[in-house]
Ligand binder design. Sequence first.
Ligand SMILES: C[S@@+](CC[C@H](N)C(=O)[O-])C[C@H]1O[C@@H](n2cnc3c(N)ncnc32)[C@H](O)[C@@H]1O
Length: 279
Amino acid sequence: MSATVTALLAQVELPDSSSPRLDAELLLAHVLNKPRSFLRTWPEHALKPDELQRYSQLVTRRRAGEPVAYLLGRQGFWNLDLEVAPSTLIPRADTETLVEAALDLALPAEATVLDLGTGTGAIALALAGERPGWQVLGCDRVDDAVQLATSNARRLGARNARFVLSDWFGALDPSARFNLVVSNPPYIAENDEHLGQGDVRFEPASALVSGPDGLDDIRRIIGQAPAFLSASGWLLLEHGWDQAESVASLLDSRGFQSIFSRRDIGGHQRVTGGYWHAG
Ligand SMILES: C[S@@+](CC[C@H](N)C(=O)[O-])C[C@H]1O[C@@H](n2cnc3c(N)ncnc32)[C@H](O)[C@@H]1O
């Protein structure tokens, strides 16, 4: 088999991928430790035997459905290059809607922010990068995720973000108060057929599934958040495309005001938030 860039890209077969050519280019560039543009500039570049073997192994894993981000160990989110691992969710473009909604709020220049279920630290690190005056705390129940987020923060030089192990608010200092609490919690119903399809087959259930209607964790967060919000503060939640009304109703029942939803790039209501005013 010819092992030039052009030949390898022409042969690739990833029938279950929606972007086979892109996947192959990303894997090939990864093996060569070059940017993707290298493949266009040097189409006749021939791989060494060990590179060819590593590339073939990655293509085989991709053919079995493993997400490209896990194969590369990297995923772009907002303006960040994040390390990813199978201990937690691969950050999604939809979640940038939550970051945008948070940045649009009128908050103090030195706001305190809590990111519940931080995973790679994607939301926390995007907010910390955009607002250097904010102090951002991220928590996760999975220790490997906390380690991953901490490592991402260190690599990106984010001094105003730190990460702790906690089951939602459980391990936080009970006297802590935040101007803003954000979360992209698990929100998929446990019998949802999508759990058997695509990338999510390789992502941990602990990052995805939340009871019979997908709302168990959102109920817990909405129930407990007021005790950790400042006298006036915001709670913003990412949720499923059809959950906005339910989340708005849960926020309303708990006493939140100024409830709003925001659409993702696909046009679905993806984020719902409310304002908490004590007293
Ligand atoms: C949907 S993922 C979101 C990850 C990341 N925030 C993002 O947007 O890419 C949900 C995250 O919540 C964490 N998680 C699930 N249950 C939790 C709990 N009870 N307390 C804290 N974190 C939890 C999972 O480990 C996972 O990292």
